[in-house]
Design a protein around this ligand. Structure first.
Ligand code: ATP
Length: 359
């Protein structure tokens, strides 16, 4: 298969609208991740693609063929979920073969395919063991081998890494990417972890309350978030927001006032006129610094926490807390009064009323 289409999909449970009229496409060999907070409708969307749920309205198409009413077992999809369902009384070999057995593939063929899949997943040595003796990571490898063996038309994965520790997460994440590239089929991956989404995906869908807030590649959603919801959800640590009013609205630059401090910065306008309006200035912690000639305002450093090769500083800004990522060897200490500089090339401006990006 080369393409999955989700067309005006709505799924309601009684009066609760879990998925509210969403449409998107997953292209040839594409890895698409649906990300969003708990309850936003990610799993329901995936279950509709899988055929585990019947849409209330809308259609699911695989390569232009309407599969909305095709039962799950006839869709030939590889599915991987958070809780792995390996049969405890079967060896790994039997577990890996099982999807083929269900399809009626002859035994010798099954055997060969299972061994090949186990080799790919580097668990060839353990084929005669039982799942009970495996670690969480090994079980995920078996689950991945199961997905490879069925020669699926697409991959659907729902938080498959959430039970694993940090190191295994990275290992299995790489395995998933390797398998996906090797098979070249479309993949839909669901997670609430934006970092996972950013590292694995070709494109990302950010969902909120059953609707799509934004679809785009990793850079698009990071650099041009449609609204404050996407801006806050994508990126770690989260974007800072400051209320401001727009003093000047030029073709290429804007000037805003934050508590009496004027800040000028280049913009790519999405609104023709915004002078005098109330807005929200967004700046990521990476772009807040203590150096720089262009002081935006003065503030007190409340807390400094070491983070890998940098440190996260929490500052008492003009409107409450502001986060800044600073060099680990910075000589600034907690309690210091510092000049805060916001990198003008990295500022986002949102309409305070609609929360949409305006520049
Ligand atoms: P999470 O990350 O917590 O799994 P999610 O984004 O995957 O969340 P869904 O599981 O799709 O969200 O749920 C969306 C909404 O639909 C939630 O309010 C949920 O309670 C509701 N919901 C999901 N499945 C059912 C069901 N079978 N019956 C009733 N309500 C449901």
């Amino acid at each position: 298969m080369t393409r999955i289409e989700v067309e005006s999909l709505t799924k309601s449970y009684g009066s609760l609208v879990a998925v509210d009229d969403i449409s998107f496409e997953v292209g040839e060999g594409e890895f698409l991740t649906i990300v969003g907070p708990s309850g936003c409708g990610k799993t329901t969307t995936l279950r509709c693609i899988a055929g585990l749920e019947t849409p209330t309205e809308g259609r699911i198409l695989f390569d232009d063929q309407d599969v909305t009413d095709v039962p799950v077992n006839d869709r030939n999809l590889a599915m991987m979920f958070q809780s792995i369902a390996l049969y405890p009384h079967m060896t790994l070999r039997e577990n890996i073969e099982y999807p083929l057995k269900v399809k009626g593939v002859p035994k010798s063929e099954r055997r060969e395919a299972a061994e090949e899949a186990a080799e790919v997943m580097q668990i060839g040595e353990s084929l005669d063991k039982y799942p009970g003796s495996l670690s969480g990571g090994q079980q995920q490898r078996v689950a991945l081998a199961q997905t490879v063996v069925g020669d699926p038309v697409a991959f659907l994965m729902d938080e498959p890494l959430s039970d694993l520790d940090a190191k295994l997460k990275i290992d299995i994440r790489k395995e998933i990417q390797r398998i996906h590239k090797r098979l070249g089929q479309p993949a839909v991956y669901v997670t609430h972890d934006q970092e996972e989404a950013m590292t694995m995906s070709d494109r990302i869908i950010v969902m909120n309350e059953g609707q799509i807030e934004q679809i785009g590649d990793v850079d698009e959603v990071h650099l041009y978030p449609n609204n404050t919801f996407v801006a806050e959800f994508i990126g770690n640590p989260s974007m800072n927001f400051l209320d401001c009013s727009v003093v000047e609205w030029g073709d290429e630059t804007a000037v805003v006032d934050v508590e009496g401090s004027r800040i000028e910065f280049p913009i790519e306008r999405t609104a023709s006129q915004f002078e005098g309006e109330e807005a929200i200035l967004g700046v990521r912690p990476q772009h807040v610094s203590f150096a720089g000639e262009d002081r935006s305002f003065t503030a007190t450093v409340r807390l400094i926490e070491p983070l890998d090769d940098r440190a996260l500083a929490t500052i008492d800004g003009p409107q409450g807390e502001l986060a800044a990522l600073i060099p680990r060897d910075s000589d600034v200490a907690e309690g210091d009064e510092v000049d805060i500089h916001l990198n003008p090339r990295e500022l986002h401006l949102f309409d305070r009323e609609t929360t949409r990006l305006v520049g």
